[in-house]
Design a binder for this molecule. Structure first.
Ligand code: F55
Length: 807
C-alpha cells in the first residue's frame, strides 16, 4: 500500500493494539519504539526478499565485506529516512501526541566496534545499499558491545554494554543457514591417490548461527544484508559439553569485542573469533554459490571478499582450505581464484597495530589453517627466489621468527591493497609496505574514506538541512557533491545568517544536554571547540589539554588578550581498558575540567566538558553544534580520520595538522578556510632519520611550555599527582614520542588565529559555508562507487522505480 500519513496512523494504532493491547496514551516510549520498528521492518521485508532474489537471478558478482567490527549506532531514524518515511512519520506521530525524537532515544546503540574502522564498515554498508550495489556484511554478533564508559572520581570505569537486553527488533535469526566451524585439535593428511585428505582429531565443533540485519538503501528499494554470527553448541555435540565451564567456553567465543590482548589467554580468544566469523562466512558463501550450480573454477568472477584490516586475513587460507580440501581443486587453480576473490584495506601504519600471531597459537586455534599458511609462505618464497634479494624476501614472506604476519598474508593473498587517504597510501607505498609495492605495484591503490551524509547531516542536523533545502534545493540529499552550489551564496547575508542560526539552535540543544548530563552550564556565545575520537597518544588530546591549561593560567595571571573569545572545550573519548597512559590523560582532562569549571575568576571564559560514553548516538548530538573540529594527530600517524569529515559537513572549521584526510580537506576548502599548524610528515620523518628530537630541550628552553607542564606536577591541577607525573615524564624524560612539545607553539599560534577569526562573525560564517559546501565531497556513496569500479568490479542492478517504500 502506498505510504501516507493517515494510513500510517491507523496501522500504528492497530499494531500497538496487536502487540501490547494498548492505546497510544497508555504506552511507554519503549512500547512505542518497538511498535514503530515492527512496522518499519514488516514494510522493508518484501524489498529485502526481492533484492535477494534479484541478485540471484541476475547472477552477477556479489561482494562480502568481512569486518570484525560494525558500528551502525541506532537504526530507527536511518531506516525511516532511507525508506522516505521520516518526515511523514514525524508528523503522523505528532498528531498522536508522540515525539519521534523521544522514541528514537529508547534505542540502544549497536556498538559492535571500537571506532573509525567499525564506523567506516557501517557507512559502507549503508552506501552499498544506497548505491544499489550487491554488497553484504559479514561479522560477529557480540553479546556485549564496546564497554559503556563512566567516570568515577575522574577515572574511566568500564561497564558491560548489554545492548541486547531489551531485545533487538532489527535482527532475524536464521537457524536454517547455520554452519559448523572447527576449532583446535590435530590434523593429519592421508594420501587418497589424487588428493590429500585432512583427517581431524579432537577438534571442537561450534555451531555458527547467523543473525541477519537489513541494510535499507536510500529511496531505491535495495535492501542488503549484514550477517552477524553467534556461536552455539551443536546438538550432535551436546554430550561433550558436560560442565558449565565447557559450555561457557562456547558462549565466550562471541561474548565480547576485542578482548584484552595483554594476556595470552585473551589473545587466543581473539584469534578464535577471527577464524570463527571468517570460516562461518566463507562456508555460507560457498554453500550458496554451489547451490546455483556455478563452477568453483570461476568463483572469482562471482564473489568478492573484502578483508577490512587484517582481522579477517585468515579468509585467504580458509578459502584455500575449502577449494583444495573439500572441492579437490589443484593448489594453483585454487590460488588463482583466491587472489581474484580477496581484496584488502589497510587502516594504520602504527607498528604496534599490525597484527602478528605466534605460530604455536595459530596451531592451537586451527592447525589446518596454519598448514595452509605455511604452504602459501613456502610457495611465495620459492616463486620470489632469484627475482628479489634474499633480505627482501625475508621481509615480505608471511612467516618470520615463528610469527604469522597478517598484513603480509593479506597482500600476498589478494589482488588489491588500499590505503584510506592519499597521504596514507603514499606512506604505504613509499615506506611501510614498500617492498610489496615493488613486487606488486598494480595491486596498490588509494580509497579515501567517506561518511554518510544521511546520518551526519540529514538525520543529525535537521536545522541545517532545512536551510540548505531553501538555499540550494534538495538535490544534495541524493548527491552530496551538489552541496557545492552553496558556494554561490558566500556573500549572501541571508543564507549566512540562516547557517549561523541553525548552528546556534544546535548549540542551545547541546548546551541543554550538557547541563542535564553533567550539571555544567555553558554559554552558547562561546566557541564550541570539539575533539571526539578514541583516546590515543598519537591523536594528541594532550596537546589540546596543554592549550587549555595555558589559557587557564593566562586568565589567572591576567595575561589574556583583549580579543579573547570564550570557549567551551568538548571531549568525547574512550580509552582501551588496558591502555594506562590513555587513562591517565582522561583523568587529567577531568581534573582540569573540575579546576576550570569551578573557578569563579574563569566564569564563562572557559568551560571544559568531557562527556561520558562517546558513541555514535552521542556524536550525532555533538557534531551539529561544533564550531571547531580538532584534528591534531602527529603528521603521518592518522591514516585518514572521519570525524574531520563529519564536523566540516556540519559547518565546523578544522584546526588540523597535515595528516590523513585533513590534507584533502585543505585541498578542497583552500588554506584560507582551515587552520593548519604543526610539523609536516617530511619534518617528522627527518627527525626520525636524524634522531635529533630532544623534547627535554623544549621544556628547558621554553618558558611557556615549562609553565604549562609544571602545572601537571606542582599541584596546580589538583587530584592527579600520579597521572600528572606520568604525563610530565612521558613528555620530558621519555622524549615525547608524538612531538607534543615540538608542535605546542605552532598550535597556540593557530588557536590565537581562531580567536581573531571568530571575532568577525560574518567572515567565520563564510568559512563555515565553504566547509559545508565541500563536506559533500567525502560522501561514502562516492567512496564505495570507487571500490566497486576499481577493486570489486561490481555494478548496480537495473532498478525499477525510486522513491518512498510502500507500507
Ligand atoms: C581495532 C582493533 C585493532 Cl586490533 C586494531 C585497530 C582497531 C581500530 O579500531 N582501528 C581504527 O579504527 N583505525 C582507524 O580507521 C579509520 C577508518 O579507516 C581511519 O579513519 C583512522 O585514521 C584509523 O585510525
Amino acid at each position: 500500500m502506498d505510504f501516507n500519513k493517515e494510513v500510517f496512523k491507523e496501522k500504528f494504532k492497530n499494531r500497538l493494539d496487536e502487540k501490547y493491547a494498548l492505546d497510544v496514551k497508555d504506552a511507554t516510549p519503549q512500547e512505542l519504539y518497538l511498535t514503530l520498528s515492527s512496522i518499519v521492518r514488516s514494510s522493508y521485508s518484501r524489498y529485502w526478499r526481492k533484492t535477494w532474489k534479484k541478485y540471484m537471478e541476475d547472477g552477477k558478482k556479489q561482494i562480502y565485506y568481512f569486518s570484525i567490527e560494525f558500528l551502525p549506532g541506532r537504526l530507527l531514524m536511518s531506516n525511516l529516512l532511507n525508506m522516505g518515511w521520516l518526515e511523514t512519520v514525524r508528523d503522523a506521530l505528532k498528531d498522536l501526541d508522540i515525539d519521534l525524537d523521544e522514541i528514537a532515544e529508547v534505542e540502544k546503540d549497536m556498538a559492535l566496534g571500537n571506532g573509525g574502522l567499525g564506523r567506516l564498515a557501517s557507512a559502507f554498508m549503508d552506501s552499498l545499499a544506497s548505491d544499489g550495489l550487491p554488497g553484504n556484511g559479514n561479522g560477529i554478533r557480540y553479546r556485549y558491545g564496546l564497554f559503556k564508559q563512566k567516570f568515577i572520581d575522574g577515572y574511566q570505569i568500564e561497564l558491560p554494554n548489554e545492548w541486547l537486553d531489551s531485545g533487538n527488533p532489527w535482527e532475524i535469526r536464521r537457524e536454517s543457514k547455520s554452519v559448523t566451524v572447527r576449532l583446535g585439535g590435530k590434523v593429519y593428511l592421508v594420501d587418497r591417490g589424487n588428493y590429500l585428505e585432512p583427517v581431524y582429531e579432537d577438534a571442537q565443533l561450534i555451531k555458527a548461527v547467523p543473525y541477519d540485519t537489513a541494510i535499507v538503501g536510500y529511496k531505491n528499494g535495495t535492501v542488503n544484508t549484514m550477517r552477524l554470527w553467534d556461536a552455539e553448541i551443536p546438538s550432535s555435540e551436546e554430550a561433550k559439553y558436560r560442565t558449565i565451564e565447557q559450555r561457557r567456553e562456547v558462549e565466550d567465543l562471541v561474548s565480547v569485542l576485542y578482548p584484552d590482548d595483554s594476556k595470552e589467554s585473551g589473545r587466543i580468544l581473539r584469534l578464535k573469533q577471527e577464524y570463527f566469523f571468517v570460516s562461518a562466512g566463507i562456508q555460507s558463501i560457498v554453500r550458496h554459490f554451489k547451490k546455483y550450480n556455478k563452477s568453483m573454477n570461476k568463483i572469482g568472477e562471482y564473489i568478492g571478499i573484502h578483508i577490512n584490516d587484517t582481522h579477517p586475513a585468515m579468509s585467504v587460507a580458509e578459502l584455500m582450505r575449502i577449494l583444495v580440501d573439500e572441492e579437490h581443486m589443484s593448489w594453483d587453480d585454487a590460488w588463482k581464484q583466491t587472489v581474484a576473490v580477496m581484496s584488502y584495506t589497510n587502516h594504520t601504519i602504527m607498528a604496534e597495530a599490525l597484527e602478528k600471531w605466534p605460530v604455536h597459537i595459530m596451531q592451537q586455534v586451527q592447525p589446518r589453517i596454519l598448514q595452509i599458511i605455511q604452504e602459501i609462505d613456502r610457495r611465495f618464497v620459492e616463486e620470489k627466489q632469484g627475482k628479489y634479494a634474499r633480505d627482501m624476501i625475508e621481509r615480505t614472506r608471511i612467516i618470520k621468527d615463528n610469527q604469522v604476519r597478517m598484513a603480509n598474508l593479506s597482500i600476498i593473498g589478494s589482488h588489491s591493497t588500499n590505503g584510506v587517504a592519499k597521504l596514507h597510501t603514499e606512506l604505504l607505498k613509499d615506506d611501510v609496505l614498500h617492498d610489496f609495492y615493488v613486487m606488486y605495484p598494480e595491486r596498490f591503490n588509494n580509497k579515501t574514506n567517506g561518511i554518510t551524509d544521511r546520518r551526519w547531516l540529514q538525520i543529525a542536523n535537521p536545522e541545517l538541512s532545512k536551510v540548505l533545502d531553501k538555499a540550494i534545493g534538495t538535490e544534495w540529499r541524493q548527491d552530496p557533491t551538489k552541496l557545492q552550489k552553496l558556494l554561490k551564496h558566500q556573500n549572501d547575508n541571508k543564507v549566512l545568517n540562516q547557517i549561523a542560526n541553525a548552528k546556534l539552535k544546535n548549540k542551545e540543544r547541546l548546551a541543554k544536554f550538557i547541563e542535564k548530563e553533567t550539571g555544567i552550564k555553558v554559554s552558547t556565545d562561546a566557541i564550541f571547540d570539539v575533539q571526539i575520537k578514541r583516546l590515543h597518544a598519537y591523536k594528541r588530546q594532550l596537546l589540546k589539554l596543554m592549550h587549555i591549561v595555558k589559557l587557564y593560567l593566562d586568565i589567572k595571571q591576567g595575561k589574556v588578550a583583549s580579543d579573547f573569545q570564550p570557549r567551551v572545550f568538548i571531549f568525547g573519548a574512550k580509552a582501551a581498558p588496558s591502555y594506562y597512559y590513555a587513562k591517565a590523560i582522561i583523568k587529567c582532562i577531568n581534573e582540569v575540567a573540575n579546576m576550570v569549571n569551578n573557578d569563579p575568576e574563569i566564569g564563562d571564559k572557559l568551560k571544559v566538558v568531557f562527556l561520558e560514553d562517546y558513541r555514535v548516538s552521542l556524536a550525532e548530538k555533538i557534531i551539529p553544534a561544533a564550531n571547531i573540529s580538532e584534528q591534531i594527530s602527529l603528521a603521518s600517524k592518522e591514516a585518514s580520520g572521519t570525524s574531520n569529515m563529519k564536523l566540516m559537513l556540519n559547518g565546523a572549521l578544522t584546526v588540523a595538522t597535515l595528516d590523513g584526510a585533513n590534507i584533502e580537506i585543505k585541498d578542497y576548502v583552500g588554506e584560507d578556510n582551515i587552520f593548519i599548524f604543526g610539523l609536516t610528515k617530511d619534518e617528522v620523518y627527518d627527525y626520525y632519520n636524524n634522531g635529533n628530537y630532544h623534547s627535554y630541550d623544549y621544556y628547558n628552553n621554553h618558558e611557556e611550555i615549562r609553565r604549562v607542564l609544571n602545572a601537571f606536577v606542582d599541584g596546580t591541577i589538583p587530584n592527579c599527582q600520579a597521572e600528572g607525573q606520568e604525563i610530565f615524564d612521558s613528555l620530558t624524560k621519555y622524549n615525547d614520542e608524538y612531538f607534543v612539545l615540538r608542535d605546542f607553539e605552532s598550535y597556540v599560534n593557530i588557536q590565537e588565529m581562531v580567536d581573531r577569526t571568530y571575532s568577525n562573525k560574518r567572515h567565520w560564517n563564510q568559512m563555515s559555508l565553504v566547509n559545508i559546501a565541500y563536506g559533500g565531497m567525502f560522501s561514502s556513496d562516492d567512496t564505495i562507487k570507487r571500490y566497486a569500479e576499481d577493486i570489486w568490479n561490481i555494478s548496480p542492478l537495473k532498478d525499477e522505480k525510486h522513491g518512498t517504500y510502500s507500507l
